[in-house]
Design a protein around this ligand. Structure first.
Ligand SMILES: [Zn+2]
Length: 285
C-alpha cells in the first residue's frame, strides 16, 4: 500500500519507527462522557501502530476504524469504542511515535487541560526510542483537496511533512487566524501542544443542556463569549493552534509518515479523516 524509500531527503523527520521506552498511565475525565478513565500506555513492536485494547477488543488507531467524527475522533470495533483519541495521537505524530499499546478502562481519553501538553510531557518522560526499521511513507505526489461546504483540506508535494491551518468563525474574538507546523517537536511543545480545545459559550451551554460535554469546564476548555473570553487564552490565536493540533492528530490515522504539506481551511475531524482516506487511496496508486 505504501511506497518505502530511502529517507535521505527528509532532514527534519525522525526516520525510523519509534515507541516509548517504558509503560506509563494516563488517568482523568473524558470531556464528552464525563467518565473517569485510566489508560495504560505500553511500548509496542515495529509495525503495531497505535492500538487500543478494551474489553478484549483490539482497535488500531487508523482511518479504517473511525466510527464517529462528531465533536471528537472516535474509533471502534465490535461495539467497543474509544473517544477523543486525537490529542494523544497529535503528540505521538509530533514526536514521530508509531507504535504503542493503550489498555483502556473507559470509553474516552482523559481531557486534562484540553490541550495535548500533558500527553506530550508524559511521552517525553517515558522516553522515546528508535526501533531501527524505517517508517512507512505516504508521499503526496500531486496536489489534491477534499471539501465540505466552505471547509477544505489540501495536500501538496513537499520534501518534508508540514501542516498549516486557517480558521474563521466570523466572531470578534475568533476571526481569521492561521498557524503553521514545520514538523519540529520543540516547536510543537512550545506553540501547538499547549493550545486548548475551545467552545463558544452559547454552543457549550446547549451541549450541556443536551447532556453532552459532561466533563467540560473552564479548567479544560477556552470558552469564548461575544464580549470576550471567559478564561484567559494561552495565545492570542489559541483557536487555530488547537485546530492545527487536532489536524496533526487526525493525520496520524494514516499510520504513515506523510511526505508533503497539508493545509486545512476551517477543518473538522470529519474532513480530516476524509483527507487521510483520499491521501491513502492516492498513495496506493
Ligand atoms: Zn481537540
Amino acid at each position: 500500500m505504501f511506497r518505502t524509500e530511502k529517507l535521505t531527503d527528509m532532514e527534519n523527520r525522525i526516520k525510523t519507527q519509534k515507541t516509548v521506552n517504558k509503560s506509563f498511565v494516563l488517568e482523568g475525565t473524558g470531556i464528552h462522557t464525563g467518565q473517569k478513565c485510566r489508560m495504560e500506555i505500553h511500548p509496542a513492536p515495529v509495525g503495531t501502530g497505535i492500538v487500543f485494547l478494551k474489553n478484549g477488543v483490539e482497535i488500531k488507531a487508523g482511518v479504517e476504524n473511525v466510527v464517529s467524527c462528531t465533536r471528537c475522533t472516535t474509533i471502534g470495533k465490535d461495539g467497543v469504542v474509544v473517544n477523543t483519541i486525537e490529542h494523544l495521537l497529535s503528540a505521538c505524530h509530533a514526536f514521530g511515535i508509531d507504535n504503542l499499546k493503550v489498555e483502556a478502562s473507559g470509553d474516552e481519553m482523559p481531557i486534562y487541560d484540553g490541550s495535548a501538553l500533558p500527553f506530550a510531557k508524559a511521552l517525553q518522560d517515558a522516553g522515546i526510542s528508535c526501533q531501527g526499521i524505517e517508517k512507512q511513507i505516504a508521499e503526496i505526489r500531486e496536489s489534491f483537496f477534499v471539501k465540505d461546504g466552505d471547509s477544505m483540506v489540501l495536500g501538496m508535494p513537499a520534501d518534508n511533512f508540514s501542516a498549516a491551518c486557517t480558521t474563521d468563525y466570523n466572531h470578534p474574538f475568533a476571526g481569521v487566524q492561521s498557524a503553521f507546523f514545520g514538523d519540529n517537536p520543540d516547536d510543537y511543545i512550545k506553540n501547538v501542544a499547549p493550545a486548548r480545545t475551545f467552545g463558544f459559550y452559547e454552543e457549550v451551554k446547549a451541549l450541556i443542556e443536551r447532556s453532552l460535554a459532561l466533563g467540560g469546564s473552564l479548567d479544560n476548555a477556552l470558552i469564548i463569549k461575544q464580549d470576550g473570553y471567559m478564561n484567559p487564552p494561552r495565545f492570542p490565536d489559541e483557536i487555530v493552534r488547537h485546530k492545527l493540533l487536532d489536524l496533526i492528530g487526525d493525520l496520524a490515522l494514516a499510520n504513515a509518515c506523510i511526505k508533503g504539506h497539508v493545509y486545512a481551511v476551517k477543518p473538522s475531524h470529519k474532513l480530516n479523516v476524509k483527507f487521510v482516506e483520499t491521501m491513502l487511496s492516492k498513495c496506493s496508486l
